[in-house]
Design a protein around this ligand. Structure first.
Ligand code: AMP
Ligand code: MG
Length: 703
């Protein structure tokens, strides 16, 4: 034993207080002393770090100790955390550590709790976790220096053996001589009282398989046949570690099945808040949502303007003292000037008894108070050169003050709210028009996200490949179809729908590297992948997110058809320039092309809607339709059946017609489809002429 090199422990102090002022920490000196006094000379000097009670901080430091095998700095054998294991609002340590653990060690947890329990029933108030990440043992100790010390003492003697095994020592050699020898080497015995005794119940147990007999998977699908398992999930072994190979990995998904609405709620909850920015007013503003009420910077019109082509006149105004003696404006008048709609000048004022020719939209002479439309006039005489009218006869005496004039600010008042926060700028022109008219050049909007689209799978072949296809090759239809869908929404930045090509399933780390690289270099907020979320041994997305990217899978299964394995996750990410930490989102859509498009509509859309500030809007618009022809329902899952919704020529109602065979690989079921019929989860058929809800993906046909 003495020939063994010393084991390397690391201690992470998790405490807001100690992070602010390291001199307040008392745990480290005590734990360090425990390693020296009770460690039987097997431990090197512990390294130490202090972090706040913050999940990402905790994970970052622990990962730096456990994931650096290749960096050559030599892995740490044991990571001890202290603090954050209680029930206080900022006690997060077990939540930070749990997802990092590759293999859990409930025995260590049990040993610590049993030892503390001998001291105080408050042991129940600690929530420790323990296990192995890569080659390192991780154990969470309570924050009180006394509790931390007692817990460490309870397990310390047994840890060298566990550390060596985790680090890769051949277990046959380690176990030669049996448990008795192990106990002797560790300095513990099965009969020992108290903490050591509990910890020494060194149980090499294998996981028991419990045979529950749930009948949650009822039988019998209709329509085209659907893959169906005949065994019960509780009868299958569980692991999603790809390194364990095809034989040891989970054979049913360990992720709970969410309803579509719960899944959307989780997406909204984890989508970043909308961020304001100022953008130039251009036609590219389509799709943006106004981030604050916008007030007119200018009045429209800015001057009194004529509504018609005709003659500006001064009509007697009963309210004006200077107008008292004026005759009604009827008869023949000299044309003093001409006012066109032009930018350069204003027309001169009129003398009484003069009129001025004026075109639609042009400014009135300053003292004119009405416009007679050209239809109410006749030319009386021409100028000498016959090129212009000299006098014009006004044929009516009914012109009133203000007639045919748009007063300044009568279309848009200066400072009036022209668009309210939350308004989306449509492609129909109205919003851009009013902004332009009111002199708004920089528009406060919410930022649009940047979204990358990546296919996965060794068989997936770029569409540019010159055939013929060989072996299991398939054309990558998901990427072009998703890229076009995203562009069509107008909810992503103009150059922010990014083609990320294909990540192969082998070599091992390609998916991880491509995702990291894309987030790092392309300024993306979201990555959409397709494929690799089913149950095959090359379905790497979930393990890659959880194990390699330190991310969190918010859901990994949804009760819907198609699209059951749809996965949504977030990963921590460090912005390089600002140094600010943010989370990036990953949608792992199923590889089957129809599933990928349907799930993008149902799940990615609400996410980008929420990011661009469309907060009332969660997904596709729902309408009621009448179904033409009967359609089979699925009794286990809500089905999103692809249909064409059109307007019935006779009564103007919306009718839906199926696009035919709905198998999830058949992307053609979406060709010409403009809606998803939401088939209720039940037995039997939706009959011809029946009512159903549909989600509109595009415009209603017939308009
Ligand atoms: P997976 O989830 O990777 O097992 O993929 C499920 C099915 O979808 C397989 O038949 C894949 O070949 C197919 N698939 C995966 N990615 C694509 C893609 N980009 N375009 C078309 N089909 C795909
Ligand atoms: Mg695949």
């Amino acid at each position: 034993m003495s020939s063994q090199p010393l084991l390397r422990p690391a201690i992470l102090i998790v405490s807001d207080t100690a992070a602010a002022d390291p001199s307040t920490d008392r745990a480290f000196p005590i734990l360090k002393e425990t390693f020296t006094q009770d460690g039987a000379g097997k431990w090197a000097e512990p390294i130490v770090e202090i972090v706040k009670d913050d999940i990402l901080d905790i994970q970052r430091v622990v990962r730096s100790w456990t994931d650096n095998e290749s960096s050559g700095s030599g892995a740490v054998n044991l990571v001890i955390t202290t603090g954050g294991t209680g029930f206080a609002r900022r006690d997060f340590t077990p939540e930070a550590i749990s997802p990092l653990i590759h293999r859990h060690a409930p025995g260590i947890v049990h040993g610590m709790l049993a030892a503390s329990f001998q001291v105080t029933p408050f042991a129940m108030m600690s929530r420790p976790v323990a296990g192995v990440r890569n080659k390192t043992i991780i154990v969470t100790l309570p924050g009180s220096p006394k509790g931390a010390k007692e817990n460490l003492q309870a397990i310390l003697k047994l840890l060298p053996h566990a550390c060596l095994q985790a680090a890769g020592e051949d277990s046959r050699t380690a176990h030669a001589g049996g448990v008795k020898k192990l106990e002797k080497d560790a300095g513990v015995s099965a009969g020992a009282k108290g903490a050591e005794g509990m910890a020494a119940t060194h149980d090499h147990s294998h996981s028991h398989s419990h045979h529950h007999h749930d009948h949650d998977h009822s039988h019998g699908h209709g329509g085209h046949s659907i893959p169906k398992a005949h065994t019960d999930p509780s009868q299958r072994p569980q692991s999603n570690d790809p390194r364990l190979g095809a034989t040891a990995r989970a054979r049913s998904s360990p992720y709970p099945m969410l309803s579509v609405s719960d899944a959307v709620a989780k997406i909204i909850e984890n989508s970043p808040q909308p961020v304001k920015e100022l953008r130039d007013l251009t036609p590219d503003l389509v799709g943006y949502v106004i981030a604050e009420d916008i007030r007119a910077a200018e009045a429209v019109p800015a001057y009194p303007a004529s509504i018609v082509d005709g003659y500006a006149v001064i009509v007697p105004d009963a309210k004006s003292p200077t107008h008292k003696d004026l005759p009604p404006i009827k008869g023949v008048f000299p044309v003093a000037s001409v006012s066109h709609a032009q930018a350069s000048s204003m027309p001169p004022p009129l003398e009484h008894g003069q009129i001025a020719r004026i075109t639609t939209g042009a400014p009135l002479p300053e003292n004119a108070n009405a416009v007679v439309m050209v239809e109410d006039t006749a030319i009386a005489s021409l100028t000498d050169d016959k090129s212009e009218e000299a006098t014009v006869e006004i044929l009516t005496d009914e012109i009133t003050v203000g007639e045919n004039i748009r007063d300044p600010g009568s279309d848009i008042k200066l400072g009036e709210v022209i668009l309210t926060k939350g308004t989306q700028i449509s492609a129909l022109g109205g919003e851009i028009g009013v902004l332009a008219a009111a002199g708004i050049q920089k528009v406060p909007v919410f930022r649009k996200p940047r979204v990358g689209v990546m296919s996965t799978g060794d068989e997936v072949t770029d569409i540019s490949f010159q055939g013929p296809l060989t072996g299991g090759m398939i054309r990558d239809s998901n990427r072009p179809s998703l890229l076009s869908l995203l562009r069509g929404w107008n909810l992503c930045e103009r150059d922010g729908v990014v083609d990320l090509n294909v990540a192969r399933d082998t070599p091992n780390h390609e998916l991880e590297e491509k995702i990291r690289e894309a987030f790092r270099t392309k300024g993306l907020d979201i990555i959409i992948t397709t494929g690799g979320v089913s149950m095959g041994e090359l379905d790497l997305l979930k393990p890659t997110i959880e194990r390699s990217l330190g991310g969190e899978v918010h859901f990994g299964r949804v009760s819907m058809k198609p699209g059951k394995p749809t996965t949504f996750a977030s990963v921590p990410f460090k912005e390089t320039e600002s140094g600010e930490r943010e989370r990036k989102l990953i949608f792992g859509l199923p590889g089957n092309p129809a599933s990928a498009l349907v799930t993008a509509n149902l799940f990615v859309l609400p996410c980008v809607q929420s990011m661009v500030g469309l907060d009332g809007k969660k997904g596709l618009e729902r309408v009621k339709v009448m179904v033409q022809g009967r359609i089979k329902c699925d009794k286990e899952r809500v089905e999103y059946h692809r249909v064409v919704v059109s307007v019935d020529a006779k009564d103007g109602r919306l009718v839906a017609t199926s696009t035919g065979m709905q198998r999830s690989s058949r992307v053609g079921s979406l060709a010409a489809a403009n809606a998803l019929l939401v088939l209720p989860q039940r037995d039997g058929w939706l009959e011809d002429g029946g009512q159903c809800e549909a989600l509109m993906m595009g415009m209603v046909h017939g308009f």
